[in-house]
Design a protein. Structure first.
Length: 94
């Protein structure tokens, strides 16, 4: 496989990643409604810890840098929290 072919594969994977991030953020609307129904605040530190631990465990199992994966998932969590605040009309979330 040529370098151009390999770069094409990376581009395809990048597109898949962006699509998955978009789907994850779109779930924020349903999540905020479920949290409201269950009386849960937007910030849920226990759930955030669970998500981070699960991601780091999966990364470790695959021989990936768990610290780097943790940073990626911290960013994903932040994006979802920001979207939930936005949907609540709290656009000034940092």
């Amino acid at each position: 496989m040529s370098l151009a072919d390999l770069r094409g594969e990376v581009q395809r994977i990048d597109e898949d990643i962006i699509e998955q991030i978009d789907e994850r953020v779109k779930l924020a609307g349903r999540i905020i409604e479920a949290k409201k129904a269950e009386g849960i605040k937007i910030e849920d530190p226990d759930q955030e810890k669970l998500v981070l631990k699960r991601a780091m465990d999966m990364a470790t199992e695959r021989g990936l840098d768990a610290g780097a994966v943790k940073q990626v998932f911290q960013t994903l969590i932040k994006m979802n929290l920001e979207k939930q605040h936005e949907l609540r009309g709290e656009d000034n979330f940092p």
